[in-house]
Design a protein around this ligand. Structure first.
Ligand code: PPE
Length: 305
């Protein structure tokens, strides 16, 4: 189904979607030169609220810095306000938000200094990323034959558009093999992350997740670590081998688009009892309670539109 949205914010103006276009001869398109964010806005009893909006826009600015831009045409505060204006203009109660900084230049070329960053923000209704059933029942994953980025090849802290060719290779392979998602190993062979989610495992009540060196610093990941601490669940960040996933009691993934989803099977091995485990369930419930405005952390993490 095509994305339905009326207006897209393009460099300071709300433009009708049909007119929000980028030239074919754009270096962003040819070389994957851009950085982006994925953000969600939820309907709550007090109105629409964006989850950790400021942190997402701060990460966007940091992605641009890692990528090599020396300055941006907008401040984080301006991008926060532009996001809210986009949601209001499209009369959305809940939505997914996609800010994109893309490289624009008079000529094709890879030198960032020969062009300038342009900014767009789109918002549209986007349901459960891995399907409604995934949230309740979990999904089946495989370990991808493609390796996740080496931090000195294409860095993992920046959400660079071109980096997602790597995710696309793994995701397409996974779906063609009949799985729902791909687990990617880092260049050393340790578990890194999925194509668009961070990964966790649970063993004897303790939650383990790979350290940040080779994965995206996920905002949902950070939120779950905080919620786990609030619930008195111990969390350890350490390198994880793929067989540690096979022998875990529970494995789950999280991300803005995916939210919190259990992996009930990996590489044809059922994980734990083969369905969402109790720790995953507690964290998933806490997460949804936060984004629906019903949790002690809601006030801190929700930004009302
Ligand atoms: N790792 C990767 C590689 C990643 O792309 C995401 C977000 C995460 C971890 C989780 O980060 P966070 O959203 O801050 O918790 N993936 C975004 C894009 C997904 C897409 O298909 O596009 C997202 O979830 O919005």
């Amino acid at each position: 189904m095509a994305i339905e949205t009326k207006y897209i914010w393009m460099d300071g103006q709300l433009v009708e979607t049909e007119r929000a276009t980028v030239p074919f001869l754009s270096p962003a398109l040819h070389y994957g030169l851009g950085v982006f964010e994925g953000i969600r806005c939820y309907a709550t009893d007090q109105g629409s609220a964006v989850f950790r909006l400021r942190e997402h826009m701060e990460r966007l600015a940091l992605s641009a810095k890692v990528f090599g831009y020396r300055s941006l045409p907008y401040t984080v505060d301006e991008l926060v306000e532009a996001t809210k204006a986009t949601i209001r203009a499209n009369e959305l109660k809940q939505c997914y938000i996609r800010p994109l900084i893309y490289h624009s230049a008079p000529n094709l070329g890879m030198n960032l200094d020969a062009g300038e960053p342009k900014v767009g923000i789109a918002a549209w209704e986007w349901g459960a990323y891995l399907g409604e059933a995934a949230i309740r029942q979990g999904i089946r994953a495989h370990v991808a034959s493609f390796t996740r980025h080496h931090p000195n090849v294409t860095m993992t802290k920046a959400k660079v558009t071109g980096n997602y060719a790597n995710s696309s290779l793994a995701k397409t392979e996974s779906l063609r093999l009949g799985f729902d998602e791909a687990i990617m190993l880092d260049p050393q062979g340790y578990v890194a992350e999925c194509t668009g989610e961070n990964i966790f495992m649970v063993r004897r009540g303790v939650v383990y997740t790979p350290p940040l060196a080779t994965v995206l610093e996920g905002i949902t990941r950070d939120s779950l670590l905080t919620l786990a601490a609030d619930l008195g669940i111990e969390v350890v960040e350490k390198p994880i081998g793929r067989d540690m996933l096979y022998t875990a009691d529970e494995v789950f993934v999280c991300g803005t688009a995916a939210e919190v989803v259990a992996l009930r099977e990996i590489d044809f091995r059922s994980i734990g009892c083969g369905e969402m485990g109790p720790v995953t369930h507690r964290l998933q419930q806490a997460f949804f309670s936060v984004v629906q405005g019903q949790h002690a952390r809601s006030a801190e993490w929700l930004d009302y539109v």
